[in-house]
Design a protein around this ligand. Structure first.
Ligand SMILES: [Zn+2]
Length: 365
């Protein structure tokens, strides 16, 4: 490869990076030249940037600047005879307006994480929660408030569906209050959601409950999901309820495959993936059911180049992280007989163990 070719491939890589991250989409020749370490007068660079305009990757924008050195402000569009900032009359002073060119890449800009609701799985007092709040508050570029929804202990309760609906309703009502509070403090009304394990099931129930139709969400991350692979995420996205969904799958997850036998209405979305085409399924080869929240892993996921942070902030049109896969659309729930047997066992356990759980909840809420 000749020097000029390798130079041009570096420039191309810089353009791709900006488009993928949605950052620095607008720049002058001088700014881009500085970023890639060449002179602004470099003819090859100017030809390269004009090539972007020809291929409609970028638009060329003309801008006008006040010629008075101490002012140098960008002037509003339209015919201007005097500066609205320093009040210099150009004709009187014999000054010429400076014309500058900017390039604007035709891509979506990056997105801020506005606020996040975390819905955990069973056993609410897992130590990762404190670590998570701390990490996310420290790692994110923006000060995005995080609400970690606590529903107390849920253990044998997950075996019977009326409890799911009750928990989902409580969660939905809590989210509604949080959205009202966010709106009052001038935050956007849509929270981003990170849900794990049984929390994914609760979140899916809120989406299906018409009494929560008023709640709308930003980007959703489900980790170790027990939502059925055929859940209609596509409809939720198309209807504007949900902006986008990342389904993070652990290849070594041993809990998710059992979900449909123990939790009514659940399924192995967290191993099989979701069938909806508009969802992004991503598999991590090393993760088990709860490895997403091990502090070392969590730190990586929400660091600036981490999968979760990138999903929440980058434009998604070009977002193809490592481990992306499409699910086998042929998933069917296990046979009804098997599920009925398993669930009968579940109810039996519930009837025996339930009262003790109730007692413990009273004693140790
Ligand atoms: Zn001026």
């Amino acid at each position: 490869m000749s020097t000029s070719e390798s130079q041009e491939s570096r420039w191309k890589a810089e353009i791709t990076r900006r488009l993928e991250q949605g950052d620095d989409l607008e720049f002058s020749i001088a700014q881009f030249a500085q970023a890639v370490g060449v002179l602004a007068s470099d003819q090859a660079l100017i030809a390269f940037l004009d090539g972007l305009v020809t291929s409609t990757t970028a638009r060329k924008i003309e801008a006008y600047r006040c010629p008075v050195t101490l002012c140098s402000k960008v002037l509003p569009a339209g015919t201007i005879t005097s500066c609205p900032y320093c009040h210099t009359d150009y004709q009187q002073e014999g000054e010429e307006i400076v014309v500058e060119y900017f390039y604007r890449l035709e891509g979506e800009t990056s997105r801020e994480i506005r606020w996040v609701i975390v819905i955990h799985g069973m056993n609410s007092r897992a130590p990762w929660q404190e670590e998570f709040s701390w990490q996310i508050a420290n790692r994110l570029r923006y000060s995005a408030p995080v609400l970690i929804y606590k529903y107390g202990w849920a253990t044998v309760d997950v075996l019977v569906s009326p409890f799911h609906r009750r928990l989902a309703r409580q969660l939905g009502e809590r989210i509604r209050i949080a959205i009202e509070q966010a709106t009052e403090s001038q935050r956007p009304p849509r929270p981003d959601i990170i849900a794990h394990s049984f929390g994914t099931r609760l979140f899916s129930l809120i989406l299906e409950d018409s009494s929560f139709d008023d709640l709308k969400f930003g980007r959703i991350i489900t980790a170790g999901s027990v939502v059925r692979p055929d859940f209609d995420w596509g409809r939720q996205i198309a209807a504007g309820r949900v902006e986008a969904v990342l389904n993070h799958v652990g290849a070594k997850d041993k809990a998710v495959p059992l979900a449909q036998y123990t939790i009514p209405g659940a399924g192995p979305g967290g191993t099989v993936g979701y069938a909806a085409k508009t969802v992004l399924n991503v598999r991590n080869a090393d993760f088990g059911h709860s490895d997403f929240f091990v502090p070392e892993n969590l730190r990586v996921l929400i660091s600036n180049d981490g999968l979760w942070h990138s999903f929440l902030t980058h434009p998604l049109a070009r977002f193809r992280p490592d481990g992306v896969f499409e699910t086998d659309r042929g998933w069917k729930p296990a046979s009804l007989l098997l599920r009925v047997l398993a669930r009968t066992l579940g109810y039996t356990i519930f009837c025996f163990v339930g009262p003790f759980t109730w007692l413990r909840r009273k004693l140790d809420p």
